[in-house]
Design a protein around this ligand. Structure first.
Ligand code: ZN
Length: 283
């Protein structure tokens, strides 16, 4: 099913959708790690039989956005994607604290990914699902970069949704997707234990296995070697460049999730081109 709209209107709507989704990803990126920490703290206290702490409600909707320094509520005008940041010149209206450029950058990235999916795959329900994956990968990449966490609350629904996508839209590829999810998890799980047995160190986390399983579900097992080569290549190039350019990062662990997410974007956007290139190399 494809949507037929006059071209300028379609692109305007796509751009607005991308900016709004990017804005929502900012909420996910900043709040989900805090929600997880609060839950783990509550569980740890319960396990230690300590009295529960008094805490206020904190989720994706409550409390409404405020300045992290002076807690001045952010008005609806300043919440408008990109426009809000430009109107308030990147500062809190009350205390003039600088607002992180992460917010407009994530909104721009959301818009860029949304426009790219529609430009390459057309405007359809299937494309809407692909936009959802690309934005979930954006949230996961930034959360992993900032906190070294890949929350199950995002990776696991992404995996199940990938299997559902093939069941509805590409049933012929469903078996490849199921094998992709299984193999994606098991390959990294195998690497992890081999590395741990040989060196006694942990090279990556369980979140990475679940993320590759989710990508395997969305793309199918034939893409797994390509995803691993792409993410390892990107990790080596970007990781080394960053450590070279910013000496303070030397010796710090580099999360693998952002590079898996980048490889996922490339594979989702250019799947048919990549597959034919890849088959050309193999045959
Ligand atoms: Zn403020």
């Amino acid at each position: 099913m494809s949507v037929e709209l006059p071209s300028p209107l379609l692109w305007l709507l796509t751009l607005l959708l991308g900016l709004c989704l990017g804005s929502f990803m900012n909420v996910v990126i900043t709040r989900v790690p805090v929600m997880l920490m609060r839950r783990w703290r509550a569980e740890a206290r319960a396990a230690l039989e300590l009295p529960a702490e008094e805490t206020s409600t904190f989720n994706l909707l409550t409390p409404s956005s405020m300045c992290p320094r002076c807690e001045y509520p952010i008005t609806w005008r300043d919440k408008l994607p990109l426009v809000g940041y430009v109107l308030c010149r990147g500062r809190c209206a009350q205390c003039q604290t600088r607002i992180s450029p992460q917010y407009p950058l994530i909104e721009l990235a959301g818009a860029g990914l949304t426009v790219a999916v529609v430009a390459i795959h057309g405007a359809s329900l299937a494309s809407l699902m692909l936009i959802g994956v690309c934005l979930a990968l954006l949230a996961l990449a930034v959360i992993d970069f900032r906190t070294q966490l890949l929350p199950d609350a995002i990776t696991l629904p992404l995996l199940w949704a990938g299997l559902g996508y093939h069941l509805w839209f590409q049933p012929l590829w469903l078996a490849n997707a199921v094998i992709g999810a299984m193999a994606g998890y098991l390959v990294l799980w195998g690497f992890y234990w081999l590395f741990k047995l040989l060196t006694g160190k942990e090279g990556m986390g369980y979140g990475d296995f679940k993320l590759l399983a989710a990508l395997g579900a969305w793309l199918g097992w034939p893409f797994l070697p390509l995803l691993l080569i792409l993410s390892a290549g990107l990790g080596a190039i970007i990781g080394l460049t960053m450590q070279f350019a910013m000496p303070r990062l030397r010796g710090m662990p580099i999360p693998f999730g952002p590079f898996l997410a980048m490889a996922g974007w490339i594979a989702i956007l250019f799947d048919s081109h990549l597959m034919s290139l890849y088959q050309g190399l193999l045959l």
